[in-house]
Write a protein of this length. Structure first.
Length: 639
């Protein structure tokens, strides 16, 4: 297949937005779609190479996978060696355990499946997974398990009707992607079936279903249109919009138009992409993709905070240097004319040995719980705070759980923050010989009619909250306590630099509209409960901390640093201003009681996060069991 420098440049156009997106440049909200450009380029190049081999009569599965091993594994192995060392030195046991699991999955090219079961790509936990970016490698390799054989069989038995087979498969995959992204938003992002059409689009270009355009003006117009589609994708798409599905057509068609227009004529866009600086970034793009994310995650983990602008710029600069060295001394030697490991048998044996070594190390981290023996008892004691949550939390999540043995007289209802203070209510109920219930679902405030457009299941909260209302009716509950992270629902955005995307309560997915929705839903919920003659108590938000408290405390011991975690009281009040205003208005208008936990947790300068060597938080915003019990003086009169 003829080498095209403009496609090297197109790789640069793909990788730069990815880097800017991961750097947190808000203007490049759709930078993640650069991966879709890579998929189209990969499908185009690999299809061309396979068809060339078939035409020459030299195609073999072994040769194809030899080429894939030389392309993918050397640079990946070097990264994984360094990442494994960093994980051993830096990661706390629970994080090391998860790293081990992802390392294991990466070696089996199934990390996309693992991450789809753990977290959405745009959700907070994903930001601290060093191997998250390997999901795209897994998608490609899963696709290429059968793809070469399909092309070979079409050649042998279907008279080379590639267009019929590939277009049919593309249509089915695209239809599945459009359907799946609306039913399983997060999982669809990682799905190889929902992404296969993007690689097939590149394959369609390689078999030249449409003859290359020869007219200079038309070629330039198509190339420019492709560039416009790419810029539109990088600047306007975001994690709040359904993706892939229909929205993935913008970057993929943009890439396809640039590839197609440059096949028959040297367009202006192709000439720019072919310039040496641009093409060089494309040449190192694979190693740059591998290294930049891991460097960002491990540095954030070491510093236990968000990175500043200059730190991110420094990381990207270092990533470019490492990627250049990797391309020159790792990628090229395995792929050039004077190849290392010329013997296919030796190459496969080396790949197998390396894979087994990583699988064993990943398994060791996972099965030992992250090798906790690396740390002192003091560090492990602090980390134990991450497990200091209600013993029934997992059992009762998404359920209505009884407290006590008799007919329930009260209900604690809310999101995961209600689950965090449930042990306090459980203890108070036992002390006062009362019975009640707890009903909570993460990310679902106790608001009738609430929808969360940032979640896979938009109506999950609606259904759960309606079931809670029916429970209140059928059990004649007399006292209801509403608790949630009100500040998040009022502002839409996370606290300061907390990881994770915004809470989206409206169909237009604009977090600035959340407060208006909250203004409507909260009074409506209060009114509905008062029709049932229920006594209502609203429990205001606890202070948010921004960073995982037990982990930071443990990291401080390991590194000898002192990271200031305690939230500043004035900042807390500023963050909660609109939420507190709304709670105050509701309290006055509907004569409901409002309890403010911060009055116990905070003084006039800061808010407490530790008491008697116990973390009061289990993470960055949920109280631990110790934290919940710390509120006993304030809450004791409630029951």
């Amino acid at each position: 297949m003829k080498h095209r420098a403009d496609i090297d440049g197109l790789r640069a156009v793909a990788i730069v937005p990815v880097l800017l997106f991961h750097a947190g440049i808000a203007r490049v909200s759709g930078g993640f779609t650069g991966v879709d450009v890579f998929f189209v380029v990969s499908g185009y190049l690999i299809t061309g190479l396979i068809l060339d081999d078939i035409a020459k009569g030299s195609f073999s599965v072994a040769h194809f996978y030899e080429r894939r091993v030389r392309r993918i594994l050397p640079a990946l192995f070097v990264l994984l060696i360094c990442a494994s060392l960093a994980a051993y030195v830096l990661l706390m046991p629970d994080d090391a355990r998860e790293f081990g699991r992802s390392l294991f999955a990466t070696m089996l090219f199934s990390s996309n499946v693992l991450f789809s079961m753990q977290t959405g790509y745009f959700q907070a936990p994903a930001e601290m997974k060093p191997l998250l970016h390997t999901w795209s490698l897994a998608v490609e390799e899963q696709f290429y398990i059968l793809y070469p054989l399909v092309l070979f069989l079409v050649t042998r038995h279907l008279r080379k009707h590639y267009s019929v087979v590939l277009l049919s498969a593309l249509g089915l995959s695209l239809a599945f992607s459009i359907w799946y992204v609306h039913t399983h938003h997060s999982a669809a992002f990682y799905s190889s079936l929902a992404r296969a059409w993007e690689l097939l689009l590149g394959g369609i270009l390689a078999i030249q279903v449409i003859r290359p355009v020869r007219h200079r003006l038309i070629a330039n117009v198509l190339a420019f249109l492709g560039l416009v589609l790419l810029v539109y994708s990088f600047l306007t798409l975001s994690g709040t919009r359904a993706f892939p599905g229909v929205n993935a057509l913008y970057p993929t068609l943009g890439a396809a138009l640039i590839i197609y227009s440059g096949a028959g004529r040297d367009t202006f866009v192709a000439k720019v992409l072919s310039t040496k600086p641009v093409a060089f970034i494309g040449l190192i793009s694979y190693s740059l993709y591998l290294w930049h994310w891991a460097l960002l995650v491990f540095l954030k983990y070491y510093l236990v905070r968000r990175l500043s602008g200059w730190e991110i710029a420094a990381v990207m600069g270092v990533a470019v240097v490492i990627a250049t060295l990797s391309w020159r001394f790792v990628e090229s030697p395995f792929r050039g004319r004077r190849r290392l490991m010329k013997s296919r048998r030796l190459l496969f044996a080396g790949a197998a040995a390396g894979s087994v070594a990583f699988v064993l190390f990943g398994g060791l981290l996972f099965l030992t719980g992250g090798l906790p023996a690396r740390f002192s008892s003091q560090v492990l004691g602090l980390l134990a705070g991450k497990s200091d949550y209600w013993a029934r939390r997992d059992q009762c999540m998404g359920q209505i759980c009884a407290i006590g043995n008799s007919t329930p007289g009260f209900l604690l209802w809310g999101d995961s923050h209600a689950g965090a203070i449930a042990p306090l209510f459980e203890q108070m109920a036992a002390a006062n010989h009362k019975s009640g219930a707890v009903a909570f679902v993460p990310a679902c405030a106790p608001l009738l009619g609430l929808k969360r457009y940032d979640q896979d299941d938009v109506k999950k909260c609606t259904r759960f909250n309606q079931s809670v209302l029916e429970f209140i009716k059928s059990n004649h509950i007399s006292n209801v306590f509403l608790h949630a992270r009100w500040g998040l629902y009022a502002e839409g955005s996370r606290y300061r630099q907390e990881r994770g995307g915004p809470a989206l309560l409206t169909a237009d997915r604009n977090p600035k509209e959340d407060y208006r929705e909250l203004e409507s839903l909260l009074p409506a919920t209060i009114q509905e409960l008062q029709r049932l003659h229920v006594n209502i108590t609203i429990i205001a938000s606890v202070p948010e901390v921004e960073m995982d408290v037990p982990t930071v405390l443990a990291r401080n011991v390991v590194t000898g640093k002192v990271s200031s975690l305690a939230p500043h009281y004035p900042e807390f009040l500023e963050r909660q201003a609109r939420a507190f205003k709304l709670l105050s208005q509701v309290a006055e208008k509907y004569r409901v009681r409002v309890i403010y936990p911060h009055q116990t947790l905070c003084n006039y300068s800061s808010c407490r996060i530790v008491s008697e060597n116990h973390a009061l938080y289990v993470d960055d915003d949920h109280l631990s069991t110790h934290g919940a019990m710390y509120l006993m003086p304030t809450f004791a009169p409630l029951l």
